[in-house]
Design a protein around this ligand. Structure first.
Ligand SMILES: [Zn+2]
Length: 217
């Protein structure tokens, strides 16, 4: 009987260790995407869990972080990743600028999260009625640094013109796809992770009216 108890306790301990290890292990790209989409479904239905937004989590992530996804999104105030994916502190590593484009600093931030923090999913998140894309389509000379930004988005217009339908929507899709391809084909560091270490770069589109985020090809 005593022996049985001992075996039971060892089994329980091993199970706990395994569960603990799984909790802390990096999620695969597919697992991370599933987790994101489940969060977005909760948001759309206004059944949020608001995870990881308490004192315990604050203390847990104070000394280290283990985010499970990288989001490259637009600065637009209506598209805040933690809210629309129903996540909390330490969950998402986020790069945001108007038009969700990539420069060297954004790429370096992504590389850090992939190489150093072990993240295996990058979602490039374009969104409905994006002002940066709209300004690019309208063209003309813009003040300050704005032309630098629209120049970065411009190449997406050509491919979108070949598609029927609303031009703004089409350019948002093609810009998002283009940025995802740009990250996916980055030679310097990410290539190895894409080819051999399970890194996935996925374009997605966020609907401002419904709150729904959907991946697309
Ligand atoms: Zn935008």
């Amino acid at each position: 009987m005593k022996k049985n108890k001992f075996v039971f306790l060892v089994a329980l301990l091993l199970t706990s260790v395994t569960l603990f290890a799984q909790h802390n292990a990096s999620l695969s790209a597919d697992e991370a995407l599933k987790k994101l989409m489940e969060g977005n479904n909760r948001f759309v239905e206004f059944k949020q869990n608001h995870p990881h937004q308490n004192k315990a989590r604050l203390e847990e992530v104070a000394s280290t972080q283990k985010p499970f996804a990288i989001i490259v999104g637009c600065s637009d105030s209506r598209v805040p990743p933690e809210i629309i994916f129903d996540q909390g502190m330490g969950d998402l590593f986020i790069i945001r600028n108007a038009g969700n484009v990539i420069d060297d600093f954004a790429m370096a931030s992504i590389e850090y999260a992939v190489e150093h923090l072990g993240v295996r999913l990058i979602v490039v998140l374009g969104h409905e009625r994006c002002g940066a894309v709209d300004a690019t389509i309208k063209g003309g000379k813009l003040p300050g640094h704005l032309n630098r930004l629209t120049d970065e988005i411009k190449p997406a217009i050509q491919s979108a013109k070949r598609v029927t339908g609303d031009l703004l929507t089409n350019v948002i899709y093609s810009n998002t796809k283009r940025i995802a391809l740009q990250i996916n084909s980055s030679e310097e560091l990410l290539k190895e992770f894409v080819e051999h270490k399970g890194l996935k770069v996925i374009p997605a589109y966020y609907d401002l009216d419904t709150g729904k985020a959907e991946v697309f090809e």
